[in-house]
Ligand binder design. Structure first.
Ligand code: ADP
Length: 945
């Protein structure tokens, strides 16, 4: 029998749902819409189970349950509550307390629900369960509890209703919104379709829709463009028509992936362009379902440019790689703080490190320890300034060898920051070695430059005819007197003076044109004076055969040349001298022979006893004149020799100028009268102020010479002489109206042996020595001598001497006027070994007041002096046997220091005079001397004594 189940629920769908479930499981169901209807139904039908909702109109489930449990007929019918409203445990508790068998909450999984039903019914069948007894409670309590539950439920329900209402409102609003949205969407959908179409047509990316078999259904213009066709043309093709054969395998794979996953790509392939070339493309796509059909929707990107760029990049990478591999310079890359990230093979070769060893800071190990500091300093400096860095340093290899490199690095910038460096190192070892060699060479060159005797200079040829000094030897400065600033870097035209410059430039040009060295002799004027040099200029030819530099040398031959010149002059002079000497010898032999002839001739004649005393006196006079003439000649020769030997000494003493003039005037007056020539003299100083300090003998000799010449070379007219005072010197003059002297000889006649007239048949006698002796003496006295003359009209000779006034010490008039008259007896010792000389002296001294003693040598002289204390004066010949006059004087002076000793000698050398004075002699007489000279001197000593 089918089990009948009463379903009580106010909701039709609930009843329908339960009925469906229970029917499906083989139960029979009846239903009521509320408790009251159920109770009515239960009058006619007794079900096996009642399943009731709780909250229902007319009569709720609780009341139904309570009514059933109160009814004897109904109380054993199992009662299940099935509720979605009463979910509280208290509700369950209350429901069970009313006698309900199960309290099932809605919704319940159909299987679970059916299991609960079946399990319960099985238990009922097995009689393991009995319909529950109702807990008999009083009506009041039941009502009260029921009411509480109900009120609570109503409250809940109200809350739920409110909530539901709210929910409903919200839903309504939502719905309204949705409706609006939908309306909007509908229009945007329409817009979006247009938009999509627009996108499709304007997209730069190719888009294509094709069927799974490869038929192209729709494509955009970009797609058509990629393969160089119109859309219409493309749509006639299949996908496979534009895919090269080689991609078929790949395409099959992609198709497989597409089918498995619904999409494919991205992947690269090529399309066949209309013109046949292949266009690289990047593809991706997905499967589209349209009305159950599958389509492939693809996007295609033309990657020609990218591919080109990739190829270019690859090429550039390849290029870099190749260059880097074969580069003759080392290449490196570092981080900003100098950590190496890359080096090329050349770098490793130069550093001696492997690529791995060089990485990071490893490269520093290879840098020479002395250069490391310098290198990092410059690195830091450049890092700060963000400059390109450049440094020369050394790599020290493990085998001890060195490599010099020039390292250059440029910063790699990102924005303003240095992120690293890329640089090169170039092997400069050879250059460095060459530089070292160059330095050594330069040192050597500079040493050569400093020490070489010749002038050496190095010129650069800047352009035609433009030569600039690069370097010169030290001798260049020494010889020219120019400083380095005046030469180095200067043009030849600024350094070498004309007229040498023109010659030099011509020679340079010749050397360059002929490409050979040129030698010549050159004379230049520099601040240091004249430079005569043997110049040699060598062109320096470069490898192109062009002359780039000139090396010049100058061998200074100035002194050699000057010596040569001097030699030539000396030779000329010697030849001239020789000529003059020959002439002189002729003259002199004439000058000597003439008086000698007279002396010898008349000396013979004078012995003739038949001569009258008048004739004899005439002869004697001639002999005396000739002797004087001879003496004068010999004196001149001796004076000249002494002058030339540089042995003339000056003996200065107080001299009366006017007296000297008078003496010379007196000597020549008679000769002038004889020639009918007017002879006058003039003295500028008054008698008592005419004393000066000078060498009297020499002054007299000069005046005599000049006056003698005037007289000799004047036939008629007049001669006047004298002196004038000029500032601090005295000027003597000698004017004559004689023959005059030609201009070209006016200077030369002061040379020894010079005479205007050199012929053998000359009219004027003379040795040609007078003027040169006069010149020598005047210069020794501190003056000069000159002349002016007009040929045929006369000559004017002048000389000067210093005007050194003497103190007003008067020379006794007496001495001069009475010079030969001695008033008291005096004793004179004559030391003379030559008996003739002694005889002559005895004659000179024959006077009543003079006693003459004779000593034949020095020893005798000393002895006599010792014995004869009365000796007042000694005339000492210097050259004597046994003991000479020097020694004898010395000895005499020991015991007679005040005794005047007058030396006399035929050696009229000044050295002898000096020696005599140093031995104690008071004065000196050169033999031969005249009687007057002797007596004047004796008078001088004995009067002052
Ligand atoms: P010397 O008179 O013995 O020949 P000097 O040396 O005194 O030698 O003079 C040299 C030359 O100078 C003379 O030979 C003469 O030619 C010339 N001379 C000197 N003085 C005069 C003068 N007053 N008038 C003309 N010629 C003179």
């Amino acid at each position: 029998m089918m089990i009948k189940i009463l379903i009580v629920d106010d909701k039709t769908e609930n009843i329908y749902l339960l009925q469906s479930m229970l029917d499906t499981n083989g139960f029979k169901t009846i239903s009521a819409k509320n408790g009251a209807e159920a109770l009515g139904l239960l009058r006619t039908v007794i079900p096996d189970l009642i399943i009731a909702d709780i909250l229902m109109p007319v009569m709720d489930g609780f009341t139904l349950c309570r009514e059933c449990k109160k009814d004897e007929l109904l109380k054993n019918i199992p009662f299940f509550f099935y509720t979605a409203t009463y979910t509280d445990s208290k509700d369950e508790e209350y429901a069970l307390s009313l006698g309900a068998d199960r309290f099932i909450l809605k919704p319940q999984d159909p299987d679970d629900f059916m299991k609960i039903i079946n399990d319960f019914l099985n238990e009922v069948k097995k009689k393991t369960v009995h319909p529950k007894d109702t807990i008999q409670q009083t009506e009041d309590i039941v009502l009260k509890e029921y009411n509480e539950v109900l009120i609570r439920k109503i409250e809940d329900k109200m809350l739920q209703t409110e909530k539901a209402e709210k929910e409903l409102r919200r839903y309504a609003e939502q719905l309204e919104k949705e409706i609006l949205e939908r309306k909007k969407n509908e229009s945007s959908l329409r817009n979006s379709e247009e938009y999509n179409r627009l996108l499709f047509t304007t997209s730069p990316v190719g888009l294509a829709l094709c069927s799974m078999d490869g038929s192209l259904i729709d494509i955009n213009p970009a797609y058509a463009r990629i393969i160089g066709r119109t859309i219409e043309e493309v749509l006639k093709l299949k996908y496979w028509d534009i895919t090269p054969e080689k991609y078929m395998v790949q395409e099959a794979e992609q198709l497989k992936i597409l089918k498995e996953t619904g999409h494919y790509g991205k992947y690269e392939k090529e399309y066949i362009h209309k013109d046949g070339h292949l266009v690289p493309v990047l593809l991706q796509g997905l499967i589209l379902d349209r009305d159950g059909d599958h389509f492939v929707w693809s996007s295609v990107e033309d990657i020609t440019e990218r591919k080109k760029a990739e190829i270019a990049l690859k090429e550039s990478q390849h290029l870099f790689q190749t260059l880097s591999q074969v580069s003759p310079v080392g290449i490196f890359r570092t981080t900003a703080d100098g950590k190496t990230t890359y080096v090329n093979p050349k770098w490793t070769e130069l550093s001696g490190l492997s690529h791995e060893e060089a990485l990071d800071s490893g490269w520093l190990k290879a840098v020479h320890p002395e250069d490391g500091g310098k290198l990092s300093e410059s690195w830091i400096k450049n890092l700060k300034s963000k400059n390109e860095s450049s440094a020369e340093y050394r790599f020290l290899h493990s085998d001890g060898s060195l490599k010099w490199v020039l390292g250059k690095a440029v910063p790699e910038m990102v924005g303003n920051d240095i992120v690293g460096y890329i640089g090169t190192i170039t092997d400069i070892t050879k250059r460095k070695l060459a530089e070292e060699d160059l330095q050594i060479n330069e040192k050597q060159l500079s040493t050569i430059y400093k020490t070489v005797g010749d002038v050496i200079y190095y010129l650069v040829i800047e352009s035609e005819g433009v030569y600039r000094f690069i370097s010169v030897s030290q001798t260049f400065y020494n010889v020219t007197g120019l400083s380095p600033e005046m030469i180095i870097g200067k043009l030849v035209t600024d350094v070498i003076p004309e007229p040498s410059l023109s010659v030099v430039l011509g020679k340079y040009k010749q050397a360059i044109e002929e490409k050979t060295n040129i030698k010549w002799e050159e004379t230049s004027e520099y601040p240091t004076g004249k430079l005569i040099g043997e110049v040699c200029i060598n062109p320096v030819i470069d490898r192109n055969g062009i002359c780039t530099h000139l090396v010049g040398s100058v061998h200074d031959i100035t002194s050699m040349k000057l010596a040569e010149e001097e030699l030539t002059k000396a030779k000329d002079k010697a030849e001239e001298s020789d000529r003059l000497k020959t002439a002189f010898l002729h003259n002199i032999s004439h000058e000597i022979r003439t008086p000698m002839n007279s002396i010898v001739g008349f000396s013979e004649l004078i012995t003739d006893p038949d001569l009258t005393s008048e004739t004899r006196n005439e002869f004697i006079k001639t002999i005396v004149q000739s002797s004087n003439q001879l003496l004068s000649i010999i004196s001149q020769i001796v004076s000249m020799a002494t002058l030339e030997a540089g042995q003339v000494l000056i003996y200065e003493k107080e001299v009366s100028l006017n007296s000297i003039c008078k003496i010379v005037f007196d000597q020549l007056r008679s000769e002038a009268i004889g020639k009918n020539i007017s002879l006058k003299y003039n003295t500028a100083l008054p008698e008592n102020e005419d004393k000066i300090i000078t060498d009297e003998t020499k002054l007299i000799q000069v005046i005599s010479n000049l006056l003698g010449n005037a007289l000799k070379f004047t036939k008629t007219g007049s001669i006047d002489f004298g002196y004038v005072v000029k500032a601090n010197y005295l000027e003597f003059y000698f004017n004559d109206t004689g023959i005059g002297i030609p201009n070209d000889l006016q200077e030369k006649i002061f040379e020894r042996f010079r005479q205007v007239e050199l012929s053998l048949t000359r009219e004027y006698e003379g040795s040609g020595l007078g003027l040169s002796i006069s010149k020598g003496y005047i210069e020794l006295l501190g003056g000069k001598i000159w002349l002016t003359s007009t040929l045929g009209e006369g000559s004017k000779f002048y000389f000067t001497i210093p005007y050194m006034k003497a103190s007003l010490n008067k020379i006794s008039e007496e001495k001069l006027t009475d010079k030969y008259v001695l008033k008291k007896t005096i004793t004179i010792l004559v030391a003379e070994d030559e008996s003739n000389n002694f005889k002559l002296l005895t004659k000179y001294l024959s006077n009543d007041h003079i006693v003459v003693l004779h000593a034949c040598n020095g020893i005798e002289a000393v002895e006599i002096c010792k014995k004869s204390k009365q000796i007042n004066l000694v005339l000492m010949d210097l050259k004597m046997p046994e003991m000479d006059g020097f020694e004898a004087t010395k000895r005499i002076k020991v015991f007679r220091p005040d005794l005047p000793v007058i030396a006399q000698t035929a050696y009229a050398r000044d050295v002898d005079k000096t020696k005599a004075f140093s031995c104690g002699c008071s004065d000196f007489l050169s033999k031969p001397y005249k009687k007057e000279e002797l007596l004047t001197m004796i008078n001088e000593y004995l009067t002052s004594a």
